[in-house]
Design a protein around this ligand. Structure first.
Ligand SMILES: Cc1cc2nc3c(=O)[nH]c(=O)nc-3n(C[C@H](O)[C@H](O)[C@H](O)COP(=O)(O)OP(=O)(O)OC[C@H]3O[C@@H](n4cnc5c(N)ncnc54)[C@H](O)[C@@H]3O)c2cc1C
Ligand SMILES: NC(=O)c1ccc[n+]([C@@H]2O[C@H](COP(=O)([O-])OP(=O)(O)OC[C@H]3O[C@@H](n4cnc5c(N)ncnc54)[C@H](O)[C@@H]3O)[C@@H](O)[C@H]2O)c1
Ligand code: SF4
Ligand code: FES
Length: 809
């Protein structure tokens, strides 16, 4: 005898993150339902959050699909995409759709989300005006960026700023039009807002602040905006990001109680029996949420309720936000505007461009704002959510004042987290689920945890905590399973980083670290200068050098000595000077009490022992180019006397040395770079220990590469012989650029030649004329962008004062 058990019919209306998240929970709990899902969009469930990354170019639509059609089939779920439900008929218990379907339900969930709020101003229905809500909007933005130049994004909230940065990345000229004086005024205080605006401006976003749009101008297509103060802004594409409106039409038309959203009780029950609501369309205790974490919390309660699993009621959520713009770290949780009731803890670092503020009410942590460094975001979010009391221990942890870290860390560490504590707010994943994935399934990487539990698959904000849990459970084997990267902040190699920067169009170190999932948001002293170098090498014309990422000598364009004084080394091209220059050096040395004037191994003069505050004045009065003695770039070109005076000389080594030094000075290399030019094979200027050594020979030149006289001496390899000065310069250019493009940061040519192999370098440069010329052209382009740092510094009173008259280094 066959017994068929009639399963209850559950219908989900709205195929978005909140609704499908609830279904996933029901499946996990073993809920016995026949499930049908209706969605207006033609796609299966996708990660709406990630649309910002699709626009930014770091993800594709395929990457953001959360549940493909096979998933629905595998779970026996009937899916109707491109189908809008128009009514729930309570009397007949039928769900009615716009294409004439009528499906019976025992239980129904409304998860219809929100719609973009479109400003009701004349012209808002013109062609070229979109919201930013779904894949269709995202496609429209990607298409517009190919065809049009100028865009306006109305609204300086989370969505508007993410849209604006995405459009800038697509090459558009973008202005954010914001109603108020502060961006993200719903999440940030004035200080964080202004730091955010400055950072985004640095990244190419323009702003029109305090502007109320009263009309969108143009004929059929929009061509601009008119503001209430009479001013106008040209724009051939407009994105409205001024907030969202809960999508309540279906509920309203079905007779369900609706306020701003669909009103529910603490078990997500609407006013209609057996009809529930989760997600952005829902209003719970007067609040409609617009972030995923609360929606998943609602979904968890509803899933348990529908599966008859005992559950606490849903009592509302504490929200935290993180702006998803590569290289712009902003976090906000709970309260952020101080009143007389708050105790405020804050720290602002203008040099590092970071800001941290924590608000206490009766010593309870009620809110936090972070800018620039969001390392503590997960801890602070947890503390705000728990309503934790501030203690010395927590203070030293979150404000980074603990002397030895260990003790303070414990209070917030994953060790002390309860099993049921949610680690990934976006996907409702608990600590226990992650620990089980490691201990029961043997998973060891974040990617495996993501595939198994869903943690980290949405905003990614929980990744550091997931990693901490992996580390906690796996101990040393976590480290072992991790691939070695350029430093402990990443598992990516130099080549992988350079490839990612190029393919994803990443522009700043922060952006690189953010998009490439650095373990430490701020990086470390190893990777920051390296990434800054790679960015400058890849984008010689547009990369804005990040001084803060450089080592101290490079930051200050001066060499600090062990007694705190500085040295000044002016250029002497090819080791040649003049009586006039020598006289000026002598005068300045006397005036500023220079302790020692040293003739260096690179044939120039080193003025040692200059007081910090005198350094700019010394440069000003010397009026000579900087010798870059502090930089990873061309230091000196040592020369012998050569054919101008030496009776053995066959080539003008002094002339060629000076020419080469002038040509290649100031450009960044992976490491310092030294050259020598000799007039004949007697080699008085010691070419064999230089990165490039040149020897006059047989009426032409012989070139040697990869020599080093330092800690690990290496005799340079004979590279090739050339006949003319032009050929010499072309080969030198190509070698240098090839080294710049393939060298690891801090790798001298002696190591580079060993690693790459001499033959490989010869093959690239000598056997392929076109390739050699292209390399030479690329270094010429890069050289055209450089300028003397001291010339700039002397004209920039603010930097000069900050670096030499006030700042600690
Ligand atoms: C670009 C962007 C970036 C974001 N970034 C973040 C972030 O970083 N962090 C964060 O927490 N949140 C973020 N959000 C917000 C987050 O995506 C939403 O809170 C979440 O997706 C809402 O889920 P939902 O299921 O309630 O609604 P939705 O995702 O809107 O899903 C509702 C679905 O129901 C469908 N539907 C509507 N009416 C009907 C009907 N009558 N019949 C059938 N189907 C219907 C809709 O077409 C839609 O597909 C972002 C939003 C956007 C647009
Ligand atoms: N990273 C994230 O967490 C993230 C990213 C994108 C979107 N979202 C969510 O998506 C939803 C929509 O985002 P949003 O930024 O549109 O909503 P929002 O309500 O957070 O911000 C809208 C902004 O537009 C401004 N504004 C309102 N009227 C305006 C006008 N006439 N002219 C100029 N500015 C005006 C407001 O002052 C406000 O700052 C929100 O729920 C948000 O939380 C979150
Ligand atoms: S290398 Fe030759 S040309 Fe140069 S100084 Fe020595 S002997 Fe003279
Ligand atoms: S908290 Fe957003 S993905 Fe985990």
């Amino acid at each position: 005898m066959t017994v068929t058990v009639e399963r209850e019919k559950l219908v989900l209306i709205g195929n978005g993150m909140a609704g499908v998240g609830t279904i996933e929970q029901i499946l996990k709990l073993g809920g016995a339902y026949d499930i049908t899902v209706f969605g207006s969009e033609p796609h299966p469930n996708y990660n709406r959050i990630m649309l910002s990354y699709v626009l930014e170019g770091s993800k594709t639509i395929e990457d953001i699909i959360l549940n493909d059609r096979q998933w629905y089939a595998d779970h026996h779920i009937t899916l109707h995409t491109g189908t809008t439900v128009i009514r729930i008929d309570e009397a007949s218990r039928q769900i009615i759709t716009d294409n004439g379907l009528s499906v019976a339900y025992d239980k129904a969930i409304i998860a219809t989300g929100s719609n973009s709020f479109i400003l009701p101003v004349p012209g808002s229905d013109k062609e070229g005006v979109v919201g930013f809500r779904d894949i269709a909007d995202c496609d429209a933005m990607l298409a517009a960026a190919k065809q049009y130049r100028t865009a306006a994004v109305i609204g300086g909230g989370l969505l508007g700023l993410e849209a604006a940065k995405g459009l800038v990345n697509l090459g558009m000229d973008v202005t954010v039009v914001h109603l108020l004086k502060d961006l993200m005024e719903r999440q940030l205080d004035h200080t964080a807002s202004s730091m955010l605006q400055a950072e985004l401006a640095r990244q190419g976003v323009k702003f029109a602040m305090g502007k109320q749009t009263v009309e969108l101008t143009g004929d059929e297509r929009v061509n601009g905006l008119r503001f209430s103060d009479g001013s106008e802004l040209a724009a051939d594409f407009v994105v409205m990001a001024v907030g969202i409106k809960p999508n309540t039409q279906l509920a309203r038309e079905s007779g369900i109680t609706v306020n701003r959203g669909i009103v529910v009780d603490d078990y997500l029950q609407t006013s209609m029996p057996d009809v529930y609501s989760v997600g952005e369309c829902t209003e719970h205790r007067g609040t409609c949420y617009g972030l995923v974490a609360p929606l998943f919390e609602q979904g968890m309660v509803l899933a348990k309720h529908l599966c008859n699993v005992p559950t606490q009621p849903y009592e509302g959520s504490v929200v935290a936000t993180k702006l998803k713009i590569s290289g712009v770290d902003v976090f906000s949780a709970g309260e952020f505007t101080e009143t007389s009731e708050h105790t405020v803890i804050s720290a602002k670092d203008e040099w590092k461009r970071t800001y941290k503020k924590i608000l206490l009410n009766n010593n309870i942590i009620v809110g936090a704002v972070l800018f620039g460094d969001v390392t503590e975001s997960a801890s602070l979010q947890k503390l705000v959510k728990q309503g934790a009391e501030m203690t010395e221990e927590i203070y030293s942890e979150v404000m980074g004042t603990g002397c030895c870290g260990g003790g303070a860390k414990k209070s917030l560490s994953v060790e002390t987290m309860a099993d049921e504590e949610i680690v990934c707010g976006c996907n409702g994943v608990t600590k226990k689920a992650i620990v089980d994935a490691v201990t029961e399934n043997g998973f060891t990487t974040v990617d495996e945890i993501k595939a198994c539990t869903g943690a980290t698959r949405s905003c990614g904000g929980c990744k550091p905590v997931v990693e901490q849990i992996l580390q906690f459970v796996l101990g040393d084997s976590f480290q072992q399973s991790a691939k070695q990267g350029i430093c402990s902040c990443t598992t990516l190699s130099r080549d992988e980083i350079v490839a990612e920067i190029t393919s994803k169009g990443l522009k700043t170190t922060k952006e690189v670290m953010n998009v490439l999932d650095w373990k430490q948001a701020e990086g470390c002293s190893k990777c920051r200068p390296a990434v800054n170098y790679y960015l400058g090498m890849i984008y010689p014309d547009t990369h804005e050098d990040e001084k803060e990422s450089r080592f101290v000598n490079e930051r200050m364009s001066a060499n600090i000595q062990k007694d705190g004084t500085f040295t000044v080394v002016p250029r002497m091209y090819g080791g040649v000077t003049t009586p006039e220059d020598l006289k000026r050096i002598a005068d300045v040395s006397l005036k500023y009490d220079v302790k020692v004037v040293k003739v260096t191994g690179g044939q120039r003069l080193d003025l040692i022992g200059i007081r910090k505050e005198d350094v700019p004045k010394v440069w000003e009065e010397l009026d000579m180019p900087s010798g870059y003695a502090y930089a990873k770039s061309l230091r000196t070109v040592k020369t012998c006397v050569g054919s101008q005076f030496c009776r053995f000389g066959t080539q003008d080594s002094m002339g060629m040395g000076a020419l080469l030094e002038r040509k290649y000075e100031r450009l960044d290399f992976p490491a310092k770079f030294k050259m020598a030019v000799n007039g004949c094979p007697r080699n008085c200027a010691e070419s064999c220990t230089k990165d490039i050594g040149i020897v006059g020979n047989d009426g032409g030149w012989e070139i040697f590469i990869g020599g080093n006289g330092g800690i690990k001496p290496r005799i340079a390899d004979a590279f090739c012989k050339v006949k003319t000065d032009e050929e010499l310069i072309e080969v030198c250019s190509a070698v240098m650029q090839y080294y710049r493009e393939t060298g690891n940061y801090l790798e001298r040519t002696s190591e580079w030649v060993e690693r790459m192999g001499l033959e490989q370098i010869q093959q690239v440069i000598l056997e392929n004329d076109e390739q050699r010329k292209e390399l030479a052209a690329r270094i010429d382009f890069a050289l055209a962008q450089v300028s003397d740092p001291w010339k700039k510094m002397l004209d920039d009173q603010e930097t000069r004062t900050a670096l030499f008259e006030q700042a600690k280094v």
